[in-house]
Write a protein that binds this ligand. Sequence first.
Ligand SMILES: [Zn+2]
Length: 222
Amino acid sequence: MWTLLDLILPLDCAGCGAAGSGWCPACAVTLAGGPVRVPARSGPAAPCWALGGYSGPRRQAVLAAKERGRRDLAEPLGRALAAGLAALREAGELDPPELAPLVLVPAPTRRRAARQRGGDPVARMAAVAARHTRRAAPAVALRAGWTTRDSVGLSAAQREANLAGRVIRRPVPIPPAANVVLVDDVLTTGATAAESIRVLRRSGTPVTAVLAICAASRPTNA
Ligand SMILES: [Zn+2]
């Protein structure tokens, strides 16, 4: 939640704590290495990519956006995702914009928890990424079921297991010709991604790729 103080006092860098810069240039570099291919243990049926490992400024930024309500981070994180999407298009992993529009689907989050923390940071960064990507649009097409336990106090892997099997398709239309990319902040076991891909495919929407800010499993160059 923004307060008057946020407008007066510049926020410290969410990555390294440097004063007066919400996201400093040195930390921005840690998101700019280009996406790396991630081996996902739960076997999502689409190639998974991340901007880097779940460490250092990347990890700090994700935690600040998710746990500390740092809404200002949606802009740099979304722009970094957009650069990653451009690189994937360049590498032929996604169709060029002339061939197919891109639809960015934020990985589902438990709704009440998201509301308490000031909105869903993944949906917000996906919207920013779409704004900075040619012929792209966000689609909040998935949500977590109500029976999902609150994930506070659970490990990242437990959170994913908690969500898997409880992903629901929202009635948001996705054009059939689109390249669909599932967007997430952290890819841990891939269980949420795998379930999200299954649910989308069942509704007639194949997923082309998964792109996350961080991969908790060790990324490998592909
Ligand atoms: Zn920094």
